[in-house]
Write a protein that binds this ligand. Structure first.
Ligand SMILES: C[S@@+](CC[C@H](N)C(=O)[O-])C[C@H]1O[C@@H](n2cnc3c(N)ncnc32)[C@H](O)[C@@H]1O
Length: 255
């Protein structure tokens, strides 16, 4: 695996490859454009349905209340947004932001098939430059998205900017390693062998799923990512591990 590029070097990781920073956004867009139509099915197959429980845990941490305004960044096909609307008893407002129109389109079609009460807005934009006013939201969520952005610090600064004081930041993300070495080796084999094969069979694209696995392995461990969140100026930063440390929910508050 290649070493970590120096900040300011103009180089970024795309999975295990080093690419010019200016290229990473386009490459990531390509990944999700390619798999958008099969994305939801692949999530169920790869995680054995567990991603549904992880996303529900994020909503529990959010504790939606009537009238709450959520921005769900890297919101993809709408899983977090739809759970939030259901939990807000018809009085939630959610803005789904994603860099990829193809993923948002799948979300819009899902909502047209199974309408939900509450307000939803779809925005095609980059997590690093959100086209929304300062302090507009009560909560910010990002599920399995932060590891795809080119400059995490910029995305975290944007999260802080769009939250009102007292607003909650929540991030659901995979952990790069499991704590127990035996399970970590099993998990590694599963990730490297089974996931790309599933990607080829189901989504017709093994490479995108190789990227997915590599991007997980390159993401910082939860304690290091928590330090980045604190470094962005958030308070009461913490995280809890899910499913034996397969992923973590990070929580922090704008103070
Ligand atoms: C793994 S999917 C997660 C989708 C959804 N949150 C979920 O949990 O099912 C990652 C999403 O991040 C989006 N994404 C990647 N880079 C982004 C960026 N810089 N800004 C906004 N969205 C981005 C992708 O288009 C994709 O829809």
């Amino acid at each position: 695996m290649s070493s970590t590029p120096e900040p300011g070097s103009g180089i970024a990781h795309f999975g295990s490859r080093l690419v010019p920073e200016s290229e990473k956004g386009r490459l990531v867009r390509g990944v999700f454009e390619s798999v958008a139509d099969r994305y939801d099915l692949m999530n169920d197959l790869m995680s054995g349905g567990l991603h549904r429980l992880w996303k529900s845990s994020l909503i529990d941490s959010l504790a939606p209340r009537p009238g709450m305004r959520l921005i769900d960044v890297a919101g993809g096909t709408g899983d977090i947004a739809f759970r939030f609307l259901k939990a807000s008893a018809g009085r939630g407002h959610v803005t789904v932001v994603d860099i990829n129109e193809a993923m948002l389109d799948v979300g819009r079609r899902r909502l047209a098939r199974a309408p939900l009460p509450g307000e939803i807005e779809w925005l095609c934009a980059d997590a690093e430059a959100l086209p929304v006013a300062d302090r507009r939201f009560d909560a910010y969520s990002i599920a399995f998205g932060i590891r795809n952005v080119t400059h995490r610090a910029r995305a975290l600064a944007e999260a802080r900017r769009v939250l009102g004081y007292g607003g909650q930041f929540l991030c659901l993300e995979f952990c790069p390693r499991l704590a127990l070495p035996f399970f970590d080796r099993l998990y590694e084999r599963y990730s490297e062998r089974i996931i790309p094969t599933l990607g080829r069979w189901v989504a017709g694209d093994a490479d995108s799923y190789v990227y997915l696995v590599e991007s997980i392995r390159r993401f910082p461990p939860p304690e290091a990512f928590a330090a980045e969140i604190a470094g962005a100026g958030f308070g009461r930063v913490g995280y809890r591990l899910l499913s034996g440390g397969v992923c973590a929910i990070h929580s922090a508050w704008k103070i």
